[in-house]
Design a protein around this ligand. Structure first.
Ligand code: KG4
Ligand code: ZN
Length: 339
């Protein structure tokens, strides 16, 4: 059984490294984590530039690893297992984390384990002060994915529904761009929405009454585009804030209603929300209210662990090994799975 697990995340624009300790069957304990975000570097380009991302991961991953070990008061040699994000993500960026993990593993003569990025997000609420218990419904809402899952245990995931086009985070990001807001768009749109009237614009809620648990956000983006064009050159800021608030309300309503539907369909009374969009305050408010009214418990990751980080990767690896759901290996001929 691995006791100290180092986790490395490098799938997109954050380099994250973390160390967790496994003790028996309990939830692994986060000893230290460090993160470098590339947001400022990509902001000038309006989005993530893959090659710049890879080059920056290379610059950061060794110093962050040293920082984590120093924070935890542990020597490099104390690491029992090195975990990395195997995918999905940007190929070049993933290769940096995988390369670092396998080089460390080979040098230390310790096993390595590639982890699915979404499983990291999914399990991240276990690091919160109020960890969930299995089984639960998971609403996974990131920049690349929007999924509802039934989760019966580590590695026991049943996909109930997912987006047929854009992800919820993508809907936030693309709408933000149309509103002339910077990258990353989600938090920027949420800030502008605070000053707006969410009922000002009637925007579509695609697939809301589809009868299944799938999502679609592409039509919403088109509607936002139409409205944003009308606002071009407008002297007053209020309509933009109103459009931001209306967009956020449309995305949130769909996420909340479909989550409730998944709970109802399965009879489960526990909801776990994970992924970057899970940081959205309006989503949390509405889910909290809807779930409280139905006697459903909701769990979120700590706010700073909603977006990409190394802690969730170390945790997912540790929990998979604990559950016997993964076999770490000393084959250092690693590969990554961008898609
Ligand atoms: O999980 P994540 O860090 O990366 C992926 O795996 O995709 O999620 C990033 C996404 C971006 O689309 C970002 O705009 C969105 O999460 N996001 C938010 C908020 N914070 C991050 N969306 C809405 N409100 C927020 N507060
Ligand atoms: Zn992510």
């Amino acid at each position: 059984m691995a006791h100290l697990v180092l986790g490395i995340e490098s799938s997109c624009d954050e380099t994250g490294v973390a160390l967790v300790r496994v003790q028996g069957e309990g939830v692994p304990q986060l000893l230290a984590h460090a993160l470098h975000t590339q947001v400022a570097m990509h902001a000038d380009y309006g989005g993530v530039v893959p090659e710049l991302a890879s080059r920056d991961h290379i610059r950061r991953v060794v110093p962050l690893t040293k920082e984590v070990l120093a924070q935890a008061g542990q020597a490099l040699e104390a690491i029992d297992l090195v975990a990395f994000t195997r995918g999905p993500g940007l190929a070049g960026a993933l290769l940096v984390g995988a390369g670092m993990a396998c080089a460390l593993g080979a040098a230390l003569d310790k096993p390595v384990l590639g982890v699915h990025h979404l499983e990291g997000h999914l399990l991240s609420p276990f690091l919160s002060a109020d960890p969930p218990e299995f089984p639960f419904i998971a609403l996974l809402v990131s920049g690349g994915h929007t999924q509802l899952m039934r989760v019966d245990g580590v590695g026991r995931y049943e996909l109930l529904g997912e987006t047929i086009d854009d992800a919820a985070g993508e809907a936030f990001d693309k709408s933000a761009k149309l509103l002339g807001l910077g990258y990353p768009g989600g938090p920027a749109l949420a800030r502008l929405a605070e000053f707006g009237d969410a009922t000002a614009y009637k925007l579509p809620r695609p697939l809301l009454h589809s009868g299944n648990l799938d999502f679609s956000f592409a039509g919403l983006k088109t509607a936002v585009l139409t409205q944003a064009r009308r606002l071009e050159g407008a002297a007053c800021e209020q309509p933009r804030a109103d459009l931001a608030a209306s967009t956020q309300a449309a995305i949130v309503e769909v996420l909340v209603k479909k989550s409730l539907k998944a709970l109802q369909a399965t009879g489960l009374r526990r909801l776990v929300v994970a992924g970057g969009v899970g940081a959205n305050a309006r989503l949390r408010e509405e889910l909290n209210a809807a779930c409280a009214a139905r006697g459903v418990r909701v769990h979120y990751p700590e706010l700073h662990l909603c977006t990409d980080n190394g802690a969730m990767i170390a945790l997912a690896a540790a929990m998979r090994v604990q559950a016997g759901a993964a076999q770490p290996s000393q084959n250092y001929a690693f590969d990554v799975k961008p898609r």
